[in-house]
Structure formats: structure tokens, C-alpha cells
Design a protein around this ligand. Sequence first.
Ligand code: NAI
Length: 480
Amino acid sequence: MVKICCIGAGYVGGPTMAVIALKCPSIQVVVVDISVSRITAWNSEQLPIYEPGLEDIVKQCRGKNLFFSTDVEKNVAEADIIFVSVNTPTKTQGLGAGRAADLTYWESAARMIADVSTSNKIVVEKSTVPVKTAEAIEKILSFNSKGINYQILSNPEFLAEGTAIQDLFNPDRVLIGGKETPDGQKAIQTLKDVYAHWVPEDRIITTNLWSAELSKLAANAFLAQRISSVNAMSALCEATGADVSQVSHAVGKDTRIGSKFLNASVGFGGSCFQKDILNLVYICECNGLPEVANYWKQVIKVNDYQKKRFVNRVVSSMFNTVSGKKIAILGFAFKKDTGDTRETPAIDVCKELLRDRARLSIYDPQVTMDQIQRDLSMDKFDWDHPVHLQPVSPGTVKKVSIVWDAYEAARDAHAICILTEWDEFKTLDYQRIFDNMQKPAFVFDGRNIVNVRKLREIGFIVYSIGKPLDPWIKDMPAVA
Ligand code: NAI
């Protein structure tokens, strides 16, 4: 029986290994983590992450060929294939701080593999890493090898949170990079055989190591660039009276462009886009390519601009002051169908509103009170370290209440900001909400999910990103 061990039981390690276990009953899969609380949760009824469809799979396989353990060393020693799916956050200190990837977690995993291994291993980079990381990992392993043969593969993960199980069941492609030597090709074939249990052969792409590593950074940069492009257009739409939904529909009909990932919003979030682009920018700079670096940097600048622009609209529409006013925040996760808040635009929007002395009442169907408190009291980039290593300081953020109902959040509020596109926000009883709010009652839709016309008929003043402006909002001078 082939044995797989995955180091890192997070948003990637957990779902990917659960699907491998489901699709490959002849393979034993053990997911290990240094976090006792995470592993305890994986072994409980309350999984540590919310992902549609995941719970069923874990229940089917757990205890049969899928195991979760904190005994990292034993399981690594016994495995034939080791996936490394640890976090690779942005460095917060030292050389490259704020841009370069922090490979501390990766390096310590590699050193541990070298320490405990007694048989040949295939080590698979699942985490998103800077191009050429495999070379560094190989050095660490081979200098400490004790005669063991290690083959390093790059197998970046392309799943999207919220649709992870669907994406894993039916991937657009699986990418495997390895060395062009006979041993490297043999290792690629071994990993290919795992995926071939359910992925059609023509969707499994093999490349050299550096192409695989760089493809992941490139894919995230291209995806984020589309969002920043449509968001940049949304500002122009507001200035000209065009409607960004109509523009992106018309543009997306061009088959060379395509319709996906063209929705304007308050900005992209999630643990990957910003960190991976910053990393790409750093790599370009290190390779003497400042023009290329600046091109990609602009994608992040537009994203920051979009969040700021949204807050400016809120404040300027409400007579240039939100001081002491209650604002309901609907949605805190970075997208629907996940409880993940890493780099969610809601953090920046809420922090800005708090700086302007607003009182916030926040509701999200999947994010815990602790997590919201932590996010609002943490410095930028600190979020990207494992949740169990983050300080919890309940009560740090005054002027914030976290509630478990959208109606409760909006009661007596002056305004509602929709920051996550949860389906339930589309079907709320907005008349009931309006009746219980201060007047004039504002809706600022950061995800373009409400029916603007209907809400205006109820009496709301509505701002929806990139849509023709409400006459009220048009007449208010925008804050610089
Ligand atoms: P995560 O933070 O949810 O999980 C990482 C886990 O690794 C944590 O539970 C941590 O305790 C554990 N860990 C760290 N060092 C360890 C060690 N030495 N030994 C054992 N466990 C250790 O991170 P997530 O979101 O799963 O991301 C992992 C990697 O996958 C990152 O490089 C990310 O960029 C990449 N990725 C993430 C995607 C996402 O949607 N979250 C999608 C595609 C790639």
C-alpha cells in the first residue's frame, strides 16, 4: 500500500488529502500538523474549516484510509510520498519584509523530513512557493540525507475556497513539475498515478520544476489582475453613468476574454492573491526586472484603491461623518461559502470606518466572534500565520458588536455595508430592515448582489459598485 503523509492540515492540506483518500481507497493518507487544536478538530464532528461537501468525505474516509495526527515524525518516516502544505506567508521582518515569502515553516518541515527519514521519499511542494524553492529544499535534504534519495516535485494547488471539493473532483488541470532526469520522471509518474485514479490523463500536465512553481504565481496574478481591471472600470462607470455589470457582460462575451472573474466588488481578498503577487513582485525585482515588478504591483494598488473608494463613498454619502453612527456589516469572510477571513476586504473597510468613529454591528454566517476580534486588532500581514499562533484579545476592539442575525445587525443602524456575497443577503426582507433603521437609510453594496431598483422603491439610498449613482450620492462631494 502506498503511504502518503501531508504536512499541514489547513485549507489546502485537509480537503486535498480527503479527496485523495476518497478517490484512492488503496492509498493510506495521514495528514499531520503541529497544531493540536487543528488535528483535534479534524478528528471531531466540528471540522476546523467550512467547505461545502467536505464533511461528508471526511466522515466516509476517516479511520479507514484517512487519518489526522500530531505525530508528525512517525508518519513522515513511514510515508513514501510527503506533501508539504504548510503556510507560506509574507515576511513581516528583515530582508524583503512586506513582499517576500516567509519560508520558515517550509524550511522547518524540510529539516524535520531530513531528520526522521530512513527510506527514499518523494517530497511534493503543495504550498505556493517562490520559483526555485525546490532547489533550496533539495539542498537542505541532500546535505542531511544519510544516503537517502529524495525527489522533489512541484504540484501547486489551484482549488478555490468555497468550491474546493468541486475543484478537486473536477480540476481544470493538475500540474506536476519535476526534474528531467530518469529519477525525476519516475517520481512524476508515481504522483501522476495517484491523480489518474480520477483525473483524465489529458488534464495532468507535467513540466520542469521551475515552470510548475512559477505557473502558480502567474495564475494567481492573472486572476487578481482581472478583478483589478474590472474594479478600475467600475470607478470610471460611476463617473460616466455606465453600468459595470453591463460593461463586463459585453466585454466577457468576447471568447478571447471570457466571462468568468469579471464581477466588480469592494476588492479581492483571501490568503493567496496579495501574498503571491507581492512575492512575484519581489522575485521580479531580485531578477532585475523593475518594469515587470511595477506592472504587477499596480494590481494590488488598484485593489487598495477600491477598498478606500468604497469607504469614501460611505462617509461622504452620510454627510461626511459616521462618528457615533451604527453601521451594519453584512459579511466578513473574503467570499461566500467559506469562513476564511484572511485578507478579507472587510478588515480594511471596518478598520477605516472605526477610525472614522463609526459603531459597527457585524454579521457573518460562518465567521466566529473570536476571529473577527482577532482580525480587527491585528497588524497587517500578522493574519497569515496559523490561527492558533495568533493572539486572541477579546474586547480589544470597542465599538464593535458581533451578532448572529442580519436583522439584528441592521436594527437602528444608519447604514448597511454588504461585504460578502452570501446568498442569504439576496433574499433578506429589506422592507423589514428598512422599517427598523434610522432614516435616511443607506445600503452600500460592495458585492453588487441587491436589486437596486427594488431597494430604492422601499426608500433606501443605495450605492452599488460601478452602477449609475443614486442622485443623493451624486450630489455629495466625494471625500479626497
Ligand atoms: P493554513 O494556514 O490553513 O494551513 C497550514 C498548516 O500548516 C497550519 O495548520 C500549520 O499549523 C501547519 N504547519 C506549519 N508548519 C508546520 C510544520 N513544520 N509541521 C506541521 N505542520 C505545520 O494554510 P493553507 O491555506 O492551507 O495554505 C497552505 C499553502 O497552500 C500556502 O502556501 C498557500 O499559499 C497555498 N494555497 C492555498 C490556497 C487556499 O485557498 N487557501 C489555494 C492554493 C494554494
